[in-house]
Design a protein around this ligand. Structure first.
Ligand SMILES: [Zn+2]
Length: 759
């Protein structure tokens, strides 16, 4: 526990005891009276989400394929709109026009030493009633692959991440002029063709290995939940210099938007890429010779994995229809009674690759139940203080299109009005997955303590805490978990629709969902459908209910609190941890380079080379220089000081039943609070990726989905660009200083409000 956390606990404890029943502490940001009222409304709310309704919505929304541009995508948007209206919400559809390629020609064939033509087809399965909607299904492909027709020797590159190519170099294998075959996993899929092209490959095939996604995990569909031999993972491979419509970076894709010409778009892959099943991959991999793949590269197919290249040659053809398609974002609003200009925003996408029962409908149905329940609460007299905005996004799958275009269109308003954005996507059985902005970490913990887990009867918070104790790798980790403190939340990368809110506008975000007990393998295939979900996933929809309860409670609490329930002790503590990680990372790089150079000098690599399976010494490397982390150290100190001051101001304001929080002047404190997360943006953005403006949280340029925190410094160290790391420490220090200044402003405004009148 950081000293900051301890401080927060000590100051909070007497207040907790002073409040009415011990198990119902006064909610952060509320007065004692308003907290009691809030808890009353929330209890009513949490009784409303109904598993039977969740199932009924899923059946309807996943009945037919509903990808971007399909008839049922529009039909679903109109159906969602009608529900919002039926429940009394003020709703409309907002439309955009985006570039969305669909397959025209696809071919993968082995031309030597033997002939084999890949199926590239997912067969309908008897008993699964929607798997035969062949005419409406999008064929298996990777959207935004460049068109191409290439032939070359085949090389297996494991997951196709940069480290894998270093390993290939040690085998003396080059992919120049070759077609690579990579397995899905360990990076966002778009990284694989990007890194392959950087190494001179002509084409890229991505397959699902049964070790990661298939029978190694359990029985395959339809007997079990795991990916069958012909199941294929579709998905976007757009490069991540920016997200959203490729033709309109930074601005909304409205009718009259200025668009790039297709030839000027830089986010389309440099080489053609196509995904295949393990049924189709097996003959290709089996035909490879060359060095044996290292043990950790071997999958679960029943033959020896070789790296290649050899006599195996592959012909790959990818051609798309490069058409414009409409997007239908459904936006509903509940106007705030007291502070209509502060918006709490909640979203989940509605488009899928095919039927998409799990991704995204399992999350969308929870969002709908929240909206229905809010409609009921409004009839019963509930009036949220702030405006609540509910969003069903289109076009998430191709590249977060619907949410990004909406955010870019409304960026100015959002910068002025958005309090927080809460996202969900796929949902299943198991544990609460907690990630988001650390200014909301304490708040997220508070919410999770109040939601019951449907299986254990514990709160979802307690169950997750015990799970983390079970999974902890060290005694130190367990010790930290057992202390009475908040559970840490993960940072956000770019896995879903929060990205534009977080990285383009600086809105604090939470990502909510359950998982860990409903495993399987139908992701982005025709088998992610109602039959699969109701046989193998959250079959009773009780975790769908828990998702609605968790997210809905968070939305209500953010919308109703007098003082926005942001906390900065956890943020300061997290920044301090990131700084420690960066220093450790640099030290490790130094140790590794020194050790490697020593081994080269000693002749270790030459001596251990087996002449029958030769390997090559890696190149010598300069050890990293020392880097000045002082701007980050000073900024972390400033954040810690500001957070402590703000905590003291809040503790003081919570005296006497917290009546100070009900004063008019609290609006100025809230306005100052919104400045803290906005301050994390730098208009210049990340090096080479100016669209991404958040200097604390980003997705990695070479890892994708996973978050890179303090991205400029971390990526520069990983990629050995030392002067960029140093400059990044200065720039990141500046935004953290600006965040600290915003927190100081909020603290001083609150102190002034709480100060006894002079005279
Ligand atoms: Zn999704």
């Amino acid at each position: 526990m950081g000293r900051l956390r301890l401080f927060a606990l000590l100051t909070a404890a007497p207040l907790v005891l002073g409040a009415a029943p011990a198990q119902e502490p006064t909610l952060a940001g509320f007065t004692e009276a308003s907290s009691r009222a809030e808890r009353g409304w929330e209890a009513r709310f949490r009784a409303m989400p109904d598993p039977a309704k969740l199932q009924e919505y899923m059946k309807r929304l996943s009945a037919r394929p509903h990808h971007v541009g399909s008839p049922y995508d529009k039909d679903n948007a109109e159906w969602i709109l009608a529900r919002f209206k039926e429940w009394g919400l003020d709703a409309h559809i907002e439309t955009f026009d985006v570039l969305f390629p669909t397959p025209k020609e696809r071919r993968v064939e082995m031309v030597a030493p033997t002939k084999f033509v890949a199926e590239l087809k997912e067969p309908p399965l008897a008993g699964d009633p929607t798997s035969n909607q062949t005419a409406e299904q999008l064929p298996t492909y990777n959207a935004y692959s460049v068109d191409g027709d290439v032939t070359g020797p085949l090389v297996y590159v494991n997951y196709g991440v940069p480290d894998d190519y270093e390993r290939l170099q040690r085998f003396g294998v080059s992919v120049k002029g070759a077609i690579v075959i990579a397995r899905y996993g360990h990076s966002w899929r778009g990284i694989k063709p990007k890194v392959a092209a950087e190494h001179g490959a002509l084409g890229c095939i991505i397959y699902s290995d049964p070790r990661d996604d298939g029978y190694f995990g359990g029985g395959t569909f339809p007997d079990g939940p795991f990916r069958p031999a012909q199941g294929v993972q579709r998905g976007s491979v757009m490069d991540t210099q920016y997200v959203g419509d490729p033709l309109t970076p930074g601005v909304g894709a409205t009718k009259d938007a200025k668009r790039l010409a297709l030839k000027d778009v830089t986010v389309i892959t440099k080489i053609p890429v196509l995904p295949i099943s393990y049924g189709d991959a097996a003959p290709l991999l089996k035909a490879l010779d060359g060095p044996m793949a290292p043990p950790e590269w071997r999958g679960a197919l029943p033959f020896a994995y070789h790296v290649g290249p050899g006599a195996t040659r592959v012909h790959l053809v990818v051609k798309s229809n490069w058409d414009m398609k409409p997007l239908y974002d459904v936006i509903a609003r509940i106007p705030g009674a007291a502070d209509p200009d502060e918006w709490v925003i909640r979203g989940n996408h509605h488009d899928a690759w095919v039927n998409g029962a799990q991704d995204p409908i399992s999350g969308q149905v929870a969002l709908l139940e929240e909206a229905r329940a809010f409609g009921d609460l409004l009839k019963q007299g509930w009036r949220p203080k702030r405006t609540i905005v509910y969003c069903a996004w289109d076009g998430e799958e191709p590249g977060l299109l619907g949410s990004t275009e909406w955010v870019e269109t409304h960026a100015g308003e959002l910068a002025a009005h958005a309090v927080a954005y809460l996202n969900s996507d796929s949902n299943s059985r198991g544990y609460l997955q907690m990630s988001g902005s650390h200014s909301l970490e304490a708040f997220y913990n508070e919410v999770a303590r109040d939601v019951p887990d449907p299986e254990s009867g514990l709160s979802v918070w307690k169950r997750l805490k015990l799970r983390r104790i079970e999974n902890a790798k060290t005694g130190e980790e367990r010790k930290e978990l057992r202390r009475e403190s908040d559970l840490r939340i993960g940072a956000l990368g770019f896995g879903s629709d929060y990205t534009a809110f977080l990285d383009f506008v600086g809105v604090p975000c939470l990502s909510v969902g359950f998982g860990g007990e409903g495993e399987g393998g139908t992701y982005h295939s025709i088998y992610d459908d109602f039959y699969w979900y109701t046989h193998f996933a959250d079959t009773t929809f009780v975790y769908g209910r828990a998702l609605a309860q968790t997210t809905g409670t968070a939305v209500m609490r953010l919308a109703d609190a007098e003082l926005l329930p942001f906390g900065f002790g956890n943020l300061a503590d997290t920044v301090r941890r990131y700084l420690d990680e960066l220093q450790k990372l640099l030290a490790e790089e130094r140790d590794e380079a020194v050790e490697r150079n020593l081994e080269i000098e000693e002749g270790v690599f030459a001596a251990t080379c087996d002449p029958r399976a030769p390997t090559f010494a890696p190149p010598a490397e300069d050890a990293p220089p020392h880097i000045n982390f002082a701007p980050l150290e000073n900024a972390a100190d400033a954040l810690t000081r500001a957070a402590k001051r703000y905590d003291r101001a809040v503790a003081a304001a919570r005296g006497e039943g917290g009546s100070i929080l009900a004063r008019d002047g609290i609006a100025a404190v809230n306005a100052a609070l919104l400045g803290a997360d906005r301050a994390l943006l730098d208009p210049e953005g990340l090096p080479g990726r100016p669209w991404f403006k958040n200097l604390l949280y980003a997705a990695g340029a070479y890892t994708g989905y996973g978050a890179k925190t303090v991205p400029i410094v971390r990526e520069a160290i990983e990629q050995r660009r030392w002067s960029e790391a140093e400059a990044g420490a200065v720039r990141t220090g500046k935004v953290l200083d600006a965040a600290a200044a915003a927190i100081e402003r909020a603290a001083s405004t609150l102190e002034a409000l709480a100060a006894p009148p002079r005279g």
